[in-house]
Design a protein around this ligand. Structure first.
Ligand code: ATP
Ligand code: MG
Length: 256
């Protein structure tokens, strides 16, 4: 597999009056083409900051971000990004929010985009909500719309920041299965932030475990369960071993 996205030796400090926050310390990571990579780490360690850097919303103090061999540091528009706080536009309907990235890219006319998006809304249980506005949806439904928007955007790398964080346990499991089935067909390159060790193990090819800030990669973990994956892997001895290992890494990090 070729390299798709690469972060090389990134440093980031936020300078605020009276207090500077050193968030990212010499961080390097990569995603190969068609790979599903998760990031797991303590709250406040800098995971969303990493996504803001990749998305070009903020600039690193040092280091570079490379996509398909070309430097994109500080540039916007190269990746499909689903932020932690949903960013649905309140004045657009669910359907029009879903097609936003497709519309902006101009690769599909609005009518085609709407037809495609309607099919997807049915598949994520949002049939009948096409004309609703975001404020009438539950938090979980808003996240599903945000997720669809990222999925339907044309960029090849998807950065998903805790997309299932606000969902109840059963819906979350359904969404994970659903995401896997979509991803196994499309094989987009995915960088995924989660707080759930099980979710990371279930979905990923590799996991980066982050330290507390200033964040560094504590360990890179390869998850080699065969695909397509089913829930049977949750009971696999290797799954339990990896879960215990990541848990102990994170516990040490939080206690220290
Ligand atoms: N624009 C900013 N200005 C100053 N400090 C910031 C800014 N953005 C983030 N930070 C600080 O950087 C640190 C990392 O924040 P970030 O949101 O990246 O953490 P996170 O790992 O995504 O946390 P969580 O798991 O809770 O979402 C925090 O201490 C936060 O207060
Ligand atoms: Mg975050």
């Amino acid at each position: 597999m070729s390299l798709k996205l690469e972060l090389r030796q990134i440093n980031k400090k936020f300078i605020n009056p009276g207090s500077d926050t050193f968030v990212i310390n010499n961080l390097s990571l990569h995603v190969k083409s068609g790979e599903f990579v998760s990031i797991i780490g303590p709250s406040g360690s800098g995971k969303s900051t990493v996504f803001n850097l990749i998305g070009g919303l903020i600039q690193p103090d040092h280091g570079s971000i490379i996509l398909d061999g070309k430097e994109i540091t500080g540039e916007r528009g190269h990746i499909s990004y689903m932020p932690q706080q949903h960013s649905l536009l309140p004045w657009r309907t669910v359907l029009d929010n879903t097609i936003l990235a497709l519309e902006v890219s101009g690769i599909m006319n609005k009518k085609q985009a709407r037809i495609q998006a309607k099919e997807w809304l049915i598949r994520v249980g949002l049939a009948g909500y096409e004309s609703a506005y975001p404020h009438v949806l539950s938090g979980g439904m808003q996240q599903r719309v945000g997720f669809l928007r990222a999925l339907l955007s044309p960029q090849e790398v998807m950065c998903l920041d805790e997309p299932f964080g606000a969902l109840d346990a059963l819906t979350r499991m359904d969404m994970q299965r659903w995401l896997l089935s979509i991803w196994e067909q499309s094989r987009r390159s995915v960088l995924f932030v989660t707080h759930s060790i099980e979710e990371a193990l279930f979905l990923s090819d590799r996991i980066y475990v982050f330290s507390d800030k200033p964040t560094q990669v504590l360990e890179e973990i390869k998850v080699s369960f065969a695909r397509p994956r089913g829930e049977d892997i949750l009971l696999h001895s290797e799954f339990m071993r990896l879960r215990a290992h990541i848990y102990s890494l994170m516990k040490r990090e939080v206690i220290l």
